[in-house]
Design a protein around this ligand. Structure first.
Ligand SMILES: Cc1ncc(COP(=O)(O)O)c(C=O)c1O
Ligand SMILES: NCC(=O)CCC(=O)O
Length: 429
């Protein structure tokens, strides 16, 4: 595959953009080599500027559940733009999208829109502290909640891929009130609540983790989280930036039957535009200014064009729900990849929920940050490039989740399995 134009574009970008990328997750730091530069996306496929086509399992890291340039979303965005792109005053699409979110997620009574998942997570932390009058926040190693100072400890995603789970530039004071526990560690959770429960403002987690690769929560862990937070008056905050409208229309909490106090959203609710939201119980949300005293603001918050993309996406997801088909394709892919790995004699763990999955090159189950780190990231890097050469674009890190999209077909899944068969045989050596 010829990628010379991408190489030149990246060299040019590196002169004026740090590392040549506007987010380190794109930098191929975990797999080596030069990132491809994208010219366009259509449906399940991306085309790079050299003209190579790739079946896209990144989907902009989650938002593009309908695939790229979905006609209904395109049409809504173009129509909205004709009426002006930002007013700094209320517009009806904001309420319409908020109503759709409230209808979708039973634990949510009110929604505040912001412009990214990071901003939403940051605001949810402030809200939890403002609501409870307490300072401590519990997070879990390997979970990623955007680049929020207080949560950038033992962080997943590109912070993990690129070896800075605790970034320089975050003063000790910013993380002094953050307690980090192991994911799925029920005993650790009980201990921290026994010692400090009445000083804990909130517990934030990815209810299904995507950011250390895909990791599932155990039922006991979820039950204990809800019991302990309720008992101690702390807020349970589900970061569903990745899982919201992805694992089910009502997110991971619908799939699992959970009832958090606050939900953090992003990605799909913006339909590929910059949107985040934090949402939850009305008595909690009414603490936000101007209804209450907890300050949070934003020039482009509730941007009408982004709202239009979100509304069109959610309407499409209700008109033609893709979730059972995505799960069926996920099952086929899982079975195919497991068989291919077994035939190649490569030990793997395939973690999957619905349309989110990670193939870990690990010999034992991956249930938390420490077990995720046992995966052979070097072998993953070879696998990644072997798949690229066969036109399949996977997340460029062992510690990320891949996404199926509704634009994919059974033939795309079969193609992926066939490519993986060859790629796994290649990396077996
Ligand atoms: C679970 C989770 N929370 C928060 C974020 C941050 O969102 P954003 O990148 O839009 O700031 C992300 C992704 O980046 C995420 O996966
Ligand atoms: N799991 C990775 C992300 O969700 C974020 C992508 C980015 O920061 O570019």
């Amino acid at each position: 595959m010829n990628r010379t134009k991408s190489a030149a574009a990246h060299a040019r970008a590196q002169k004026v953009i740090p590392g040549g990328v506007n987010s380190p997750a794109r930098a191929f730091g975990g797999v080596g080599g030069i990132p491809i530069t994208i010219a366009r996306g259509r449906g399940a496929y991306l085309t790079d500027i050299d003209g190579n086509d790739y079946l896209d399992f990144i989907g902009s890291w989650g938002p593009m559940i309908l695939g790229h340039a979905h006609p209904a979303v395109l049409e809504a965005v173009i129509a909205a733009t004709h009426d002006g792109s930002s007013f700094g005053a209320p517009s009806e699409p904001e309420t319409e999208l908020a109503e759709l979110v409230v209808e979708a997620i039973p634990s949510v009574e009110m929604v505040r829109f912001v412009s990214s998942g990071t901003e939403a997570a940051m605001s949810a932390v402030r809200l939890a502290r403002g609501f409870t009058g307490r300072d401590l926040i519990v997070k879990f190693a390997g979970c990623y909640h955007g680049h929020v100072d207080s949560l950038l400890v033992s962080a997943g995603s590109s912070a993990l891929t690129l070896g800075v789970p605790n970034s320089p530039g975050v003063p000790k004071g910013c993380t002094a009130d953050t307690l980090v526990l192991r994911y799925n560690d029920v005993v650790g959770l009980r201990e921290v609540f026994a010692a400090k429960g009445d000083a804990i403002a909130g517990v934030m987690l990815e209810p299904v983790v995507g950011n250390m690769g895909l990791v599932l929560p155990s039922p006991e862990f979820r039950a204990e989280l809800r019991r302990l937070t309720r008992h101690h008056g702390a807020l349970l905050v589900y970061d569903e930036v990745m899982t919201g409208f992805r694992l089910a229309y009502g997110g991971a909490q619908e799939l699992l039957g959970d009832d958090p106090d606050v939900t953090v959203l992003g990605k799909i609710i913006g339909g590929g535009f910059p949107v985040g939201a934090y949402a939850g119980r009305a008595d909690v949300m009414k603490k936000i200014m101007p209804a209450g005293p907890v300050f949070q603001a934003g020039t482009l918050s509730g941007n009408p064009v982004a709202m239009a993309a979100g509304i069109a996406t959610l309407k499409q997801l209700t008109a033609d729900p893709p979730y059972s088909r995505l799960d069926r394709m996920g099952q086929q892919l899982e079975a195919g990849l497991r068989a291919a790995a077994a035939d190649a004699g490569v030990p793997v763990q395939l973690n999957r929920v619905g349309s989110m999955w990670t193939l870990f090159f690990a010999a034992t189950p991956v249930t938390d940050f420490d077990t995720a780190k046992t995966a052979d990231a070097k072998r993953f890097a070879r696998f990644f490039w072997a798949m690229m050469d066969r036109g399949v674009y996977l997340p460029c890190s062992q510690f990320e989740a891949a996404f199926l999209s509704a634009a994919m077909t059974d033939a795309d899944v079969a193609r992926t399995i066939q490519a993986a068969r060859a790629a796994l045989a290649e990396v077996a050596a």
